[in-house]
Design a protein around this ligand. Structure first.
Ligand code: PEP
Ligand code: MN
Length: 264
């Protein structure tokens, strides 16, 4: 179902005013790693909207490596995300970790994110498919391209072809970056599948200074968009501050992407 052999035309996935894939201009999703406070979300949304982002991100249910790290605001966070999306006019995406969270997330979000750690949570994929909501499916940190596409197949097999893939870096022996950005999967996936693919240079690198350059490289490689972490005050972020862009960094990146789009 996800293969181009049986479906040669590229699929466009629409989320509110944003359209991924099928030669539409790249969709830029931006916002904080985690939803922290009303003020942080409203300010984060204002910053990314003003810089020209197409969608707002923010995690309410966070898959943290350790149990003592901030786990997210849960339903309270979903409400803050929705309010920030409405205030800025941006569609919102947030991660679902468990099937039981789906009703609340579907009530507040425009797109469901399945994170790297859940890419092979097959029961979750099936239920996410059944909602009919657009899905942002992130590549598992040790998933092969074939496994990545098989995970997407689970969602599409439920009659939901609104799947956007997201390369977010994979585990390798390299420790200089948080993960290793596997940019070649962008053209490979475009060859093998009709689904859109975007790149998350934030989780792929873990380092703020690498985010803009690798984001630009992703668009050159043909990505249908980017997901970038932006925080009004990264030094105070409860999660992923080291890879979060400031409003100023993000505004500069968006201007650079505009010049880049003109030559792509
Ligand atoms: C995220 O985007 O919030 C996230 C947790 O990323 P990943 O699942 O790619 O680690
Ligand atoms: Mn993060």
């Amino acid at each position: 179902l996800v293969s181009r052999d049986f479906h040669p035309e590229s699929t466009a996935v629409q989320v509110g005013s944003a359209v991924f894939g099928a030669d539409h201009p790249p969709v830029i999703i931006a916002g904080p790693c985690s939803i922290e406070t009303e003020e942080q979300m409203l300010e984060g949304a204002r910053i990314v909207k003003q810089a020209g982002a197409d969608m707002l991100r923010g995690g309410a249910f966070k898959p943290r490596t350790g149990p003592h790290s901030f786990q997210g605001l849960g339903i309270e966070g979903l409400k803050l995300l929705r309010a920030a999306g409405d205030a800025s006019g941006l569609p919102v995406v947030t991660e679902v970790m468990r099937i039981e969270q789906l009703p609340a997330i579907c009530e507040h979000a425009d797109m469901l994110q399945v994170g790297a750690r859940n890419m092979q949570n097959f029961d979750l994929l099936k239920e996410v498919g059944k909602t009919g909501f657009p899905v942002l499916l992130k590549r598992g940190m040790s998933a092969t391209l074939e496994e990545f596409l098989a995970a997407a197949e689970y969602i599409v097999a439920e009659g939901n072809n609104k799947v956007v893939l997201c390369e977010r870096g994979i585990r390798t022996f390299e420790k200089a970056t948080r993960n290793t950005l596997d940019l070649s999967v962008v053209p490979l996936i475009k060859q093998m599948s009709h689904l859109p693919i975007i790149v998350d240079p934030s989780h792929a690198t873990g380092k703020r200074f690498l985010v803009p350059i690798m984001g630009k490289a992703a668009l050159v490689a043909g990505a249908d968009g980017l997901m970038v972490e932006v925080h009004p005050d990264p030094a105070k972020a409860l999660c992923d501050g080291a890879q979060s862009l400031t409003g100023e960094d993000f505004t500069r990146l968006m201007a650079e992407l505009e010049s880049l789009k003109a030559v792509l």
